[in-house]
Ligand binder design. Structure first.
Ligand SMILES: Cc1cc2nc3c(=O)[nH]c(=O)nc-3n(C[C@H](O)[C@H](O)[C@H](O)COP(=O)(O)OP(=O)(O)OC[C@H]3O[C@@H](n4cnc5c(N)ncnc54)[C@H](O)[C@@H]3O)c2cc1C
Length: 476
C-alpha cells in the first residue's frame, strides 16, 4: 500500500489530510499519517472557550469570497455552525488626529465608490481627497514588474490614502510594512484593475455595476464577507480529525529532516525515530520547511529562508456590559502608525460576532506588533496588558477593569510577502521538480488567508495522489 506523510497539522496540512481521507473513502488504497510537531493540531488556528466566551488566539474569521474554506466547512458537515458578521453594526473606524472617525460608506478596500460620503468625510483633508480623485486621470504603469503596496498606492492615490487607509487597513491585514510588501502577491486585484481599467476608481465602479447585474442572475447568498464558526475556528480543526478515521494524526512528532531514498522518502523525527513514505506533503512554516529540506535541496532551502516572519500579539479583554462606557456601535477600529499608539487595531468582537460573548458581557480584541512595531509584540504579557488598557482608555475612554485579559504572543508567526515574493516561490517550485514525490503547502507560498491555505493543502493532496497513481501500475 502506498503511503503519504503530511508534516505539519495547521489548516493546510489538515485540509490535505481530509482530501486524502475523501480519496480513501472513495476506494483509494492509501495509508496516510500526519505528523504535528506541537502537542495540538490547528497551527495558527487555536480557540479557547471559557465561561461562555469564545476567544481566538490567532485568526477569528475567513473571507467567504474565496470558496475553499466555505466548501471545507460544508464537506465536514459544519454548514449549520457557520455564522457571519453582525449586519446591524457594520461601521469601521480609523483613529486619526486623536479621535475615531467612521470610514466613509462606499469605500471599497480604500477605493472610493460613492461620491457624497467621500466628499463629506473628515477622514481625509481636501488636498488628500483631490489627490485620491486624480486616480481618474493618472495613466497606468508601464511593464508588469512587482512593486510595494506603498509605491502602488502613492502612485495612484497619494500619501494620505497610504497613511490613513492602505497602511492600517491593507498592510495591517498582513501585519506588514507597506514599503516592503508585494502588491502583486497580496492584493493582485488592484494590479489587475489598473491593467484592465487604468483607474482604480473606474475599475471598482465597473465591478460594482457588473456585480449588481449578476446579482439578479445568481442564486441569492446570505453570506457576509467574513465568516466564522459559532464556537470558533477550532471547530474546523476538530471536525477534520473526527471525520478522517483513516488518517493517523500524531502530535508531538517534530520532523527534523528529510532524506531521499531510492524508492521514496524518510522523515527523521527529532526524537530519533524515522518514518518512511512514497510521498511527502510539507505543510510547515517556510522557515521550518527550509531547515527540513536543507540536506536534500539547499537551493530551495536558501530561498525559503529569505521568506520573513514577524511577531504579533493579540490581547482579548472581557467586560460586564452594565455600566460599560462605550456603545461599541461598529466592528472596531484601525490605528495608523503615525498616531504613535501601541495597538494596530481593535475588534469589537461582541458587536462583530455577537455569539462570542455571553449575555450581559462585551469583549474586545486588540492586535499589536507586526513589521512596523515588532518590538511591542515581543514585550511580556503584563506590559502588553498595560499598553492595551492605556490605549483603550485614551482612544475609547474605557476606564473599567476587565473581568479577564488574555494575552497571546504569536512569535515570528506572520509570514511576509515582500516584493518579488511570487518569483521566489516560482524558483522554489521549479527546483523542487528535481524531487518527485515532495510537495509543499501552507501560508508561505501563494496566499496567507485560511481559504488560500485550504486550497493549497487540497492541491498538494491532489498532486501527491496523482504522483502515486502515475508511479503505480494499477490505480491506487
Ligand atoms: C495572529 C494571526 C491572525 C490571523 N488572522 C487571520 C484571519 O482572521 N483570517 C485568515 O484567513 N487568516 C488569518 N491569519 C493567517 C492564517 O491564520 C494562517 O496563514 C494559516 O492559519 C496558516 O496555516 P498553515 O497550515 O499554513 O500554517 P500553520 O498554522 O503555521 O501550521 C503549521 C504547523 O506545522 C507545525 N510544525 C512546525 N514545525 C514542525 C515540525 N518540525 N514537524 C512537524 N510539525 C511542525 C506547527 O506546529 C503547526 O501546527 C492570521 C494569522 C495570525 C498569526
Amino acid at each position: 500500500m502506498k503511503k503519504i506523510i503530511i508534516i505539519g497539522g495547521g489548516i493546510a496540512g489538515l485540509a490535505a489530510a481530509y482530501r486524502i481521507q475523501r480519496k480513501i473513502s472513495e476506494g483509494a488504497n492509501l495509508e496516510c499519517i500526519l505528523l504535528e510537531g506541537s502537542d495540538q493540531f490547528g497551527g495558527k488556528i487555536s480557540t479557547e472557550k471559557s465561561d461562555g466566551f469564545v476567544i481566538e488566539r490567532g485568526p477569528d474569521s475567513f473571507i467567504s469570497q474565496k470558496p475553499a474554506a466555505m466548501q471545507l466547512c460544508k464537506q465536514l458537515g459544519l454548514e449549520d455552525r457557520l455564522t457571519g458578521t453582525n449586519p446591524n453594526s457594520p461601521k469601521t473606524f480609523v483613529y486619526t488626529g486623536g479621535k475615531l472617525v467612521t470610514m466613509p460608506d462606499g469605500l471599497s478596500l480604500m477605493i472610493p465608490t460613492k461620491f457624497l460620503p467621500f466628499a463629506l468625510t473628515s477622514l481625509f483633508s481636501l488636498p488628500g481627497k483631490i489627490r485620491m480623485a486624480l486616480d481618474l486621470l493618472i495613466p497606468r504603469k508601464d511593464g508588469d514588474s512587482d512593486e510595494s503596496l506603498a509605491s502602488f498606492v502613492r502612485r495612484r492615490m497619494g500619501e494620505e490614502a497610504l497613511s490613513k487607509m492602505a497602511e492600517p487597513m491593507l498592510a495591517g491585514i498582513y501585519a506588514s510594512d507597506p514599503e516592503k510588501m508585494s502588491i502583486g502577491s497580496t492584493f493582485p486585484m488592484f494590479v489587475e484593475t489598473e491593467r484592465k481599467y487604468r483607474s482604480l476608481i473606474l475599475g471598482m465602479l465597473a465591478r460594482k455595476k457588473a456585480m449588481l447585474i449578476n446579482a439578479g442572475k445568481r442564486p441569492h447568498t446570505s453570506h457576509s464577507l467574513f465568516m466564522t464558526l459559532k464556537d470558533g475556528l477550532g471547530e474546523m480543526v476538530d471536525a477534520v480529525i473526527k471525520k478522517s478515521p483513516n488518517i493517523q494524526f500524531k502530535s508531538g512528532a517534530k520532523v527534523a529532516a528529510l532524506e531521499k531514498k531510492k524508492d521514496g522518502w524518510n522523515a527523521k523525527l527529532g526524537n530519533g525515530s524515522e518514518c518512511q513514505a512514497d510521498a511527502i506533503i510539507l505543510a510547515t512554516p517556510g522557515s521550518i520547511t527550509a531547515k527540513i529540506i536543507k540536506p536534500i535541496a539547499p537551493d530551495s532551502a536558501e530561498l525559503l529562508d529569505r521568506i520573513h516572519y514577524v511577531s504579533t500579539a493579540t490581547v482579548t479583554l472581557g467586560y460586564k456590559k452594565e455600566g460599560f462606557s462605550h456603545s461599541l456601535d461598529g466592528f472596531g477600529f484601525v490605528v495608523p502608525k503615525a498616531e504613535g499608539r501601541s495597538i494596530l487595531a481593535c475588534t469589537w468582537t461582541s458587536s462583530k460576532f455577537p455569539h462570542r460573548a455571553p449575555e450581559g458581557y462585551v469583549m474586545l480584541r486588540c492586535y499589536l506588533g507586526g513589521a512596523l512595531q515588532e518590538e511591542i509584540a515581543e514585550k511580556d504579557a503584563e506590559t502588553l496588558e498595560r499598553l492595551v488598557r492605556n490605549d483603550l482608555q485614551e482612544i475609547m475612554g474605557i476606564k473599567e477593569t476587565p473581568i479577564f485579559c488574555k494575552v497571546f504572543k504569536n512569535n515570528k508567526s506572520n509570514v511576509q510577502y515582500h516584493v518579488n515574493h511570487s518569483e521566489r516561490i516560482d524558483s522554489i517550485m521549479e527546483d523542487l521538480k528535481n524531487f518527485p514525490g515532495l510537495f509543499l503547502a501552507g501560508s508561505a507560498y501563494r496566499g496567507i488567508g485560511i481559504p488560500d491555505c485550504i486550497q493549497n493543502g487540497n492541491q498538494a493532496a491532489e498532486s501527491a495522489f496523482d504522483f502515486l497513481n502515475s508511479k503505480s501500475h494499477v490505480s491506487i
